[in-house]
Design a protein around this ligand. Sequence first.
Ligand SMILES: *Cc1c(COP(=O)(O)O)cnc(C)c1O
Length: 664
Amino acid sequence: MSPDPVRDSASSPSKIDLRSLFLGPKGENADVFERLLLEAFRDHVFWRRNFHPEDGFAVGEMERHTPAYERSLHVLSQELLGLLGELKAGIPFFSPRYVGHMNADLTMASLIGYFATMLYNPNNVATEASPVTTRMELEVAAQLAAMVGYDPELQWGHLTSGGTVANFEALWVARNVKYLPVALRWACEQAGCGDFRLRLASGERAAVGDLDLWQLLNAPCGSTLDAASRFCDEADDPAAAVAILGRNTLASLGYQEFGRRLTRSFGDSLPPAVILVPSTAHYSWEKIAHSLGVGGAQLVHVPVDSRFRMDTGALEEALRRLAAERRPVMACVAVLGTTEESAVDRLDRVAEVREGSRAELGLCFHLHADAAWGGYAISITRDADGSRRSYESALAASAPEAWPREGVYRALCAAELTDSITIDPHKLGWVPYPAGAILFRDRRVRELVSVEAPYLFHEGGSEWRNLGRFIFEGSKPGAAAAGVWMSHKVLPLHAEGYGRLVSVTCKAALALHRRLASGDWEPFVLRVLPTPDLNLVCFAVGHPDLRSLEQTNALVGAVYRRMSVSGDRTARQVEYFVTKTVLRAAEYGEAPLPIVEDLGFGRDDYRRAGGLGVIRCTVMNPFVGSPGDRLDFLEGFAKALQRVLGEALEEVLGRRVQRSSLLT
Ligand SMILES: *Cc1c(COP(=O)(O)O)cnc(C)c1O
């Protein structure tokens, strides 16, 4: 008998029973949820009453019975009922039948924490407006950084509205660090200290005034930050040094003026620096390249292998080519859990390639992990005391399922080698929006993006008082921070906490993958993408009557429309929810070809069609693998899909198909 991962904790009092964490698909935990919400609300009202009780009441009992007063309250009540009615047209993320987007039921801890805090409406832009929740925000960021393995004394991190802004900040920092040695050189010229020294990629130290642009733009990140702090700290007038350095930065001058000065100063301003991302990268990177003025053309896609992980051989080649062209590399991004496939790039190998390119090619760059999706999976690598678990014990905990694979585990551990990492609590943290997180290895980088920096490279007792100075966003909900904070309390960031929840969903995804791969779909052809690294399952479908890949992609579209809220189909009319995506030839290159060929098409068809359409299932509902007393998700899903395939084929062919030939 295969053990039920959601239930296996019931008999073991030391383990968290995962079913106790959520409101539940049928509101099974409604009692406790209601009690705690009411508790939070009443407690808030007591707080109001007891805050300067001598103030008396602003509204008297009798005044609340005037017609105008009552009318307004009636409108409120009526409109709430209207809103509640409208919300039923929303998407049932709580249901195990929903395996569409990256959304599911949320932890009760986060919802109650959020609701309770929302009543106080703290603004985490500055502690003045959030004495409690800014501390919580920095605390949860520190917890995430500890899980990743950054030095707690050095790390810096905070919450964002999501992965997009987190990635934005990472690249903002990477860009500013990249060009800082140039600013330093100009500042030294102006301050008359051209012999100021910087440690190079080779490990040697040299005077900034003697370096060419290529050497300056390939100084190791840590060395750049050391040099900038020394420049300010060792100056006779540190404040003046800060100001001179600030005036020469890219942030202050802007690309146009900076570029003009580069040409003037060095003759050859070198080609623009690039950002290396795998071809599976989230589309936010394109927006970020556009908005930072880096330019979308500087985004270089590194091909992925047949498992949809960055091809590290191709990365190595790309770096050699770039070094030969003397094109600086601003950053390399590895994805831990791609948005379409949940593929985990071999970050351990990417880090090796980076080290090799520093030693061999003299190429240094910022390494960022986009773990918006997979970040919480790093918790499987931690024991309760925070130490790193062995791969063998992680594997044993998932038995009999062989998950995670060793490469995935090594990649998750290697997150500690990055300069920055994006992790979205509002994805595999099961907390409400908005909650992304950006973490940096070296806290000094925040000075490069801060406005008005009187504490530049100096540690002050409460330098984080004005969070808004160091981050891109301004006003932001303290309630979101409290939600994450509460969730981490109930479910800590180690293998027995979040690790179990994440792995339960990964195991359910593997079960879905197996069910789809082994099903008899005749006469349809169903091809799953390779076994997922985490918890997304994608598959393509075809039929012998469909003569082109375009038509086959249309079949995927027709299946998707029947398994999602689209057009005039409401949530009630949908049995199971999925999403779809297109593995576009322009980004994915050859990676989807094996599947295209299984469907009976070739490279030319794939190029002509522009890509391969696939159905995408996000398995993050913990009840999918263990749904309860009646619904067997896997069988129910397979049956519904079987039916939908028949209808979808008729739509694409524009004629009725003999049902008997569909359901044999
Ligand atoms: C979701 C996601 C993002 C963007 O995050 P948002 O929170 O939607 O802004 C970025 N990268 C990856 C890999 C993602 O999965």
